[in-house]
Design a protein around this ligand. Structure first.
Ligand SMILES: Cc1ncc(COP(=O)(O)O)c(C=O)c1O
Length: 477
């Protein structure tokens, strides 16, 4: 029977798409003029939107306008040049168009048969990343939603590589992102066997402590299956001693996974490569191109030293896809991970690099490193600001500290500063806790952020601190 009811005419398709592009370009041109965040309480939004789906449709352009005016703006503007909270992202236009094209082309990037062109692009882009990291020939991987999913895949590979033992244990520092412990329990590690080891004075995984813990666990009959190291912690940007850990893990026969979700793409620069020395020796590395490589969500990727360690646990055989087995020269990327039907995620990275070239990407990554260094200098030269952790990769931690206040008052003061920055709407910063200390934190990975954006943000933070001190002083007189 069929129906043409869900089909638009070519004119309608063009008109809708043109309107979307106009709205997006307008947003890009004015983004920095407005606040970096907007949001609403749930009650109002539920009243507005929580309704049954309409039986009859309405004008497509009307729906587009509503999405652009009433829904999408109620969100953090993670690509705003003064958004420094969490880990921002600033996708390039070609990478956004790549997602649009791949969706409209209806590509299912699971097998060579269903998507040979996009499969080749995924193999190629994964190989670029392999080379940037310095991983050996034979390493390979795939694109996934993000580093959380990548860690699950890596730990499945690690577990299976040692025969899925009973009593598996996974090790990491107490600075490791929560998604890694979650990945460990997802693959069957008991929560009490996820070892979160106290980090050293520089927030790094302490290799001696690790060695002692591994020895004790082995003596107790448990089986270490992986050490998870950081190439840029989310709190401070700290990089664990990757080369030393690679030596230790190789000697002990333990899988080394590196969570490079935030920091990994720094390897495209000379400075970053130095800071991440040894990363290419890991058994697996996860990276998020939707963080410091200017791609839209979801652009996570996983590289493993030996791609067969992924293919063994994940290869899928089913009668209904038997025609897709073309052999080793035509790999089915779906055999490397959990997803069968999957989007052509690598296309965005390929298209944006083809358009701008690696030199431009390298400069954009370098800019984050350089701006973080300048932020550190400004913090050190302003008497009311205290540096709590120096720039590591592109993250700096600090607080307002006028001197003479106890820790509780300092926490109150800095929570006040954070809230004031938030409601001012000039910039967006977030906080973290370093040991027991409440810290303000800048993460600078936006390709459009200027030194003025960083300077003005820190000036405002300092001014809010001074105003607070003046009022606090008055209140206590
Ligand atoms: C260091 C680090 N690891 C892991 C993750 C989890 O990544 P995703 O949100 O892409 O799953 C994040 C997210 O911000 C992160 O910063």
């Amino acid at each position: 029977m069929g129906t043409a009811e869900l089909q638009m005419s070519p004119e309608e398709m063009r008109a809708c798409a043109r309107r979307v592009v106009e709205l997006l370009v307008e947003r890009t041109e004015t983004l920095g003029d407005g606040p970096p965040w907007d949001g609403e309480f749930q009650q109002g939004l539920a009243e507005q939107f929580h309704k049954m789906p309409p039986e009859e449709g309405r004008e497509a352009t009307e729906v587009i306008e509503q999405v652009a005016r009433e829904i999408l703006p109620l969100a953090a503007r993670l690509d705003h040049p003064r958004f420094f909270g969490f880990v921002p992202v600033s996708p390039t236009w070609p990478s956004v168009l790549a997602d649009f094209m791949a969706a409209a082309w209806t590509v299912n990037q699971c097998t060579w048969l269903t998507a040979s062109g996009p499969s080749q692009i995924e193999l190629t882009v994964i190989d670029w990343i392999r080379q940037w990291l310095g991983c050996p020939d034979g390493a390979g991987g795939l694109f996934v939603s993000g580093a959380s999913e990548a860690a699950v895949h890596a730990l499945v590979a690690a577990r299976e590589a040692v025969g899925a033992p009973a009593g598996p244990v996974v090790y990491m520092s107490d600075q490791t992102h929560g998604s890694i412990a979650r990945a460990a329990t997802t693959v069957g590690v008991r929560p009490e066997h996820v070892r979160s080891l106290p980090s050293d004075s520089e927030y790094r995984l302490d290799v001696e402590l690790l060695a002692r813990r591994v020895a004790a666990d082995r003596a107790a009959g448990l089986v270490p299956i992986a050490v998870c190291a950081n190439a840029g912690t989310a709190s401070t940007g700290t990089v664990d001693p990757l080369a030393e850990l690679a030596d230790y893990c190789a000697a002990e026969g333990i899988w080394l996974h590196v969570d490079a979700a935030y920091g990994g793409f720094a390897v495209v620069t000379e400075t970053g490569r130095r800071q991440l020395g040894g990363i290419g020796r890991a058994d697996s590395v996860s990276l998020d191109a939707h963080k410091w490589f200017f791609q839209p969500y979801e652009a996570g990727c996983l590289i493993v030293k030996d791609v067969r360690t992924l293919e063994r646990p994940f290869t899928l055989r089913h009668d209904v896809i038997q025609d897709t087995i073309w052999g080793s020269n035509h790999p089915n990327v779906a055999d490397r991970g959990l997803q069968l039907s999957r989007a052509a995620r690598s296309l965005k990275l390929w298209m944006s690099v083809q358009t701008f070239g690696m030199a431009a990407f390298r400069r954009a990554v370098l800019s984050g490193l350089e701006l973080a260094r300048r932020a550190e200098e400004q913090i050190q030269s302003d008497p009311i600001l205290e540096l709590l952790h120096p720039a590591s990769l592109s993250i700096v931690c600090f607080r307002v500290n006028p001197g003479g206040l106890d820790e509780d008052t300092l926490k109150t003061l800095n929570a006040h500063v954070l809230a004031k920055v938030f409601w001012d709407g000039h910039s967006f910063i977030s906080s973290t806790t370093l040991r027991q200390t409440f810290a303000l934190r800048l993460c600078i990975v936006n390709r459009a952020t200027t030194s003025a954006d960083v300077r003005e943000t820190l000036d405002r933070v300092a001014q809010i601190g001074r105003d607070w001190v003046q009022n606090y002083g008055r209140a206590t007189k």
